[in-house]
Design a protein around this ligand. Structure first.
Ligand code: ATP
Ligand code: MG
Length: 417
């Protein structure tokens, strides 16, 4: 009797030469973690794919939607797993083709990973094709660009048969490309920027600047919702929250109003860099897009960027808002980001922010307040909340040494954020 399994295809991981097995291991772990709520019986590599079987019937169908969102997954097929009995795999092929919605033309694509099977790929194509022609007499065989393809893959003692596949998000598995700190507001752009870096294999550690105590903590809850929305395909292990309202108030008192936003951002970048160093993260990520708002002109980006030494990645810098919104919708964060929440961005905003800041003016404003002490204080006041994640490792050395500096505000490992 055929059972249902998922076959995960991974193009880019497959191109990794000598590192390939490491990438495959990380991808297997990512798939297992994403399917933690399922009854996974096996998740193993077979002949250039990952095979996932389940002990509860019906789960393979449901798992498809989770797996296609896992970074590193190029495609997922819902396959029948049979033994080498031609009767079994031909019957599976009929069922697989019968599940394809509306098609006129089809072909069979057979492949053997073990040459000890007596039939060649061509023989298999012919054998399964004949059965399908009988079962679907009104359909037409077409070798080039058919509407449906039935894949028949012989691997050791098993045969995998499938015709239905869904496209995955591609990229590389989370944990294969190091760690980054992402500046996460509850707006539309930064969740997309975070997702993009995760899709390229980075472990993302978001840092959110809250307007607390000058504003409510709503934006902090929205950031949590965003993290929960990205899971289980992308698991973020820790959210840092910096209560920034008082510091902003201080800046607004000490600096020219047109340069306030640049000062806020310089402090935000500096704090993020300190957290990045503690975390062992090698870059900062933002959701900035060129010219989107006053702080995102080239001059202002430069005026902010100069306070940090590590690279700052802006994956959306050349994207239009409409493209960013489409991506936010597809990853499910758009609705959350549309909720209104005051955060540090809405606090003490000048009426006319500088759009083309001159560095001399920026440096003068920067020396008008105790920025080093402020950055120290903010790092001391950082709070965090942990989430389920297979790829995130907390900075243990730092926790031991500086635990007080980052101890949660509430008992236990969670803070009110
Ligand atoms: P988003 O860009 O996420 O939609 P936004 O439009 O409110 O949020 P911008 O003013 O465009 O924010 O800020 C540019 C980038 O600066 C954001 O994409 C984000 O990376 C970072 N940023 C802004 N506000 C915050 C915040 N409160 N906490 C952390 N990072 C922030
Ligand atoms: Mg923005």
């Amino acid at each position: 009797m055929a059972s249902r399994v998922c076959l995960v295809h991974y193009h880019e991981v497959g191109l990794k030469g000598r590192n390939r097995s490491r990438f495959e291991r990380i991808l297997i772990d990512a798939c297992k973690a994403a399917l933690a709520a399922f009854s996974v019986a096996a998740c193993v590599r077979i002949s250039g794919h990952i095979l996932i079987s389940f002990s509860v019937p019906g789960e393979a169908e449901r798992a498809l939607d989770v797996l296609r969102r896992v970074p590193g997954v190029a495609r997922v097929s819902l396959a029948y797993h049979t033994n080498r009995d031609p009767h079994e795999y031909c019957e599976a092929a009929v069922r697989a083709l019968g599940e394809v919605e509306s098609f006129t033309t089809f072909k069979v694509h057979a492949r053997r990973s073990n040459t000890d099977y007596e039939l060649s790929s061509l023989d298999l194509n012919r054998q399964v094709g004949e059965v399908l022609c009988e079962a679907f007499p009104d359909k037409i065989v077409r070798m080039h660009d058919p509407d449906a393809t039935v894949y028949v893959h012989v691997v050791q003692g098993s045969v995998y048969v499938y015709a239905r596949s869904v496209r995955g998000v591609g990229g590389l598995p989370v944990g294969s490309a190091g760690k980054v700190v992402t500046l996460l507001s509850s707006g539309i752009d930064s969740p997309v920027a975070t997702w993009q870096l995760a899709r390229r294999g980075a472990v993302c550690v978001p840092v959110h600047f809250s307007g607390r105590p000058q504003t409510s903590d709503t934006s902090e809850f929205l950031c949590q919702d965003i993290i929960e929305q990205l899971a289980p395909a992308i698991q973020i292990g820790r959210l840092y929250v910096v209560p920034f309202g008082d510091a902003q108030r201080q800046i607004s008192l000490d600096c020219p109003s047109s340069l306030r936003v640049i000062m806020y951002r310089r402090v935000m970048y500096a704090v993020a860099e300190r957290i990045a160093r503690i975390e062992g993260a090698k870059a900062i990520v933002t959701g900035e897009s060129l010219g989107q708002v006053a702080s995102q002109t080239l001059e202002n980006i430069m005026a902010v960027n100069e306070v940090v030494d590590i690279p700052v990645f802006r994956p959306l810098i050349g994207s239009d808002k409409i493209e960013i919104i489409e991506r936010a919708q597809s990853i499910g964060t758009y609705e959350i980001s549309c909720q209104d929440a005051p955060d540090c961005c809405t606090l003490f905003m000048p009426r006319r922010p500088e759009t083309h800041a001159k560095l001399d003016d920026v440096h003068e404003a920067w020396s008008a307040f105790e920025h080093d002490a402020m950055i120290d204080q903010l790092v001391q006041a950082v709070e965090y909340r942990d989430f389920e994640s297979a790829s995130y490792r907390a900075p243990r050395r730092w926790r031991e040494r500086h635990y007080d500096a980052l101890a949660p505000a509430l008992p236990g490992d969670e803070v009110r954020c």
